[in-house]
Each structure stands twice: as structure tokens, then as C-alpha cells.
Design a protein around this ligand. Structure first.
Ligand SMILES: [Zn+2]
Length: 321
């Protein structure tokens, strides 16, 4: 039995048909973890959907109304890049519920993994890039509302910048200003000193406009394992020197992988596991709970995406021994 919980539901599967986003990956990860004996049925918890009140802590009432009544404009639906349906809305409410449960479990067990979520391209008032609801932002705001945490840090290692998360939390400007890098932002919608956002991503990739995170590491094309791990180590050290979170939300995208169809970095499967280990090791060393979401992963062979995501569970296990 694992010393932490895995959050999963068969209903995580996004009803989007044949799509570059492999919606069936969640179930395949679940099945693989059981088949290989990494996890047993007792290690999994089934989430319930987030409430509308939870979602409204992050998203605007107008946007939530459009989603619930199916009245997105054609342009808004196009921006989402997945076909709208009421079933899709339910899947995103459930993913947010899963991230809330993962945050609660992480505060108790030091680690928890949502076998889903990580929809970091969702903004307060619109969705884009396959992301309708920003589940991680919702989980953070719910934990704060319920007085479980005061401060949170997002560590976004998806190959694409966490634009929705950065915009929602406004890049914790007070902290970014003291960074000796060029990442201090200028155009903040609002400053939020209780959430510190870190994003490591490929510079030359979606989104074209990258709202400032507290720390943005804009990586050049083709970066491999060693350089990536050095940048991550640096960003974590810098972030944790300036900010003491009660919870780390790790967005463990599988798409920095060298065989990814939507990414241009060159990490190996082993390098991605080392990345996960680094985040868990830092959380453990600083005694900060880590909750994980899975975000993107578009490897040419879906099996590779499954392996990378399963390795995150193994890395968590190894780091807690
Ligand atoms: Zn991505």
C-alpha cells in the first residue's frame, strides 16, 4: 500500500473523441498502476465534483453561467480547442473536485497525486488550450477559504507556460520585483502575494503571450535532461528563498518529453522521472506538502505518456522512503 493517495475517477475521461489530447490516458494510467503492482485498489480515492461555489472562487459568474447553459460564443468554443458538451463541463468540475481532494490529502499525508487535472490554460473568464476550469487554482482558493493553508506555490513543469494560472494569481509581483532576472512582470491584472507561481516552459511555443508568473523560466528549444534539471533546481531554490508556501502544487506535464508532438524540448523518460524526484525531494527537505496534477502529454506513442505519468507515482514513493 502506498504512503499517499491517488485520486482518480473513470469519469475523468474527456468526451472529445479522436484528439491529440489522449483522453483515455487517465484510465490507462490507473490500469497500469494496478497491473504493475505499483498501487492497489485501496490506494485510490474517488473524487466528487467541485461545487459551483468552489469554481466561483476563481472563475467569473458570467463564464460559469455560459458553461452551465451551453452559451459560449463560437469564438470562445474555438479557443477551448475541444468540442463543448455538457458532459465535458461535468468532467472539468470533477477534475477540480479531484484537485481539491488531492490538496486535502497532501496536507495530511505530505504527498497526493490527482491522476488528472493540471488544466493551467484556463483563465478566470475563459478557457483555452484544452482547459476549461483551472482546477489547481480552484483547489488553492478552496484550501485558503477553508483555512487549511495561507500560502501556496505552483510549480508548473508542463512544456507550455501556465498562462491561466499566472493571470489568475497575478504573478505575485512583490516577489518578482526582487528577482535578479528579467521575469519581473509589468502588466498585472491583480497582484496576489499569497500564491507564488513558477513556470518552466519552452519559450518558442504556445501560448504566444505569456502573462508573467512570479518566476518564468523561458527555455530554448531542444533543452535536454541536465540543463532542464539545473534550471528547475535553480527556480525552486530561488522561489523558496523568497516565499514559504504551506502547499506546493506540482503540475507534472509529460510534454517536455523529446518525442512529444506539441513540445520542442528533449527530455528523456528517465530525465522526467528525475524532475519529479527533484520536486518531491525539495518538498520533503522543506517539509512542504506536494500535491500533483498531470496536465499535458502528447507523445507519439501514448504508451510513453502513460509511462512518464506512472513514473511520477514511483518517484513519489521512492522519495517518501
Ligand atoms: Zn502542455
Amino acid at each position: 500500500m502506498l504512503p499517499f493517495k491517488l485520486i482518480y475517477s473513470d469519469n475523468y475521461c474527456l468526451p472529445i473523441g479522436a484528439h491529440v489530447f489522449p483522453a483515455e490516458k487517465y484510465q490507462r494510467i490507473h490500469d497500469r498502476l494496478l497491473e504493475t503492482g505499483i498501487a492497489t485498489a485501496d490506494d485510490f480515492l474517488t473524487p466528487t465534483p467541485a461545487s459551483d461555489g468552489d469554481i466561483l472562487l476563481v472563475h467569473t459568474a458570467e463564464y460559469v453561467h455560459k458553461l452551465k447553459t451551453g452559451t459560449l460564443s463560437p469564438r470562445e468554443e474555438m479557443q477551448l480547442e475541444v468540442p463543448f458538451s455538457p458532459q465535458l463541463v461535468r468532467a472539468f468540475w470533477l477534475a477540480a473536485g479531484g484537485s481539491i481532494l488531492a490538496a486535502q490529502c497532501a496536507l495530511r499525508d505530505k504527498i497526493a497525486i490527482n491522476i488528472g487535472g493540471g488544466f493551467h490554460h484556463a483563465f478566470a473568464d475563459h478557457g483555452e488550450g484544452f482547459c476549461m476550469i483551472n482546477d489547481v487554482a480552484v483547489a488553492i482558493r478552496v484550501m485558503q477559504r477553508d483555512k487549511k493553508i495561507v500560502r501556496a506555490m505552483t510549480v508548473d513543469c508542463d512544456v507550455h507556460q501556465g498562462n491561466g494560472t499566472a493571470a489568475i494569481f497575478g504573478g505575485a509581483q512583490a516577489f518578482a520585483d526582487v528577482l535578479p532576472s528579467k521575469s519581473a512582470g509589468t502588466a498585472h491584472l491583480k497582484s496576489s502575494a499569497d500564491v507564488f507561481t513558477i513556470s518552466l516552459h519552452q519559450q518558442n511555443n504556445y501560448p504566444a503571450y505569456k502573462p508573467p508568473s512570479s518566476i518564468d523560466v523561458d527555455l530554448p528549444d531542444g533543452i535536454g535532461d541536465d540543463a532542464y534539471l539545473a534550471w528547475l533546481d535553480n527556480a525552486l531554490s530561488s522561489g523558496l528563498r523568497q516565499f514559504s508556501p504551506d502547499l506546493i502544487c506540482y503540475i507534472a506535464g509529460a510534454d517536455p518529453y523529446k518525442e512529444d508532438q506539441l513540445g520542442g524540448l528533449a527530455l528523456t523518460v528517465e530525465g522526467l522521472k528525475k524532475r519529479d524526484e527533484l520536486v518531491f525531494r525539495v518538498g520533503r527537505a522543506k517539509n512542504i506538502p506536494v500535491m500533483v496534477t498531470y496536465a499535458g502529454g502528447y507523445a507519439r506513442r501514448v504508451e510513453d505518456t502513460i509511462a512518464i505519468h506512472c513514473n511520477t507515482v514511483i518517484a513519489a514513493l521512492e522519495s517518501s522512503r
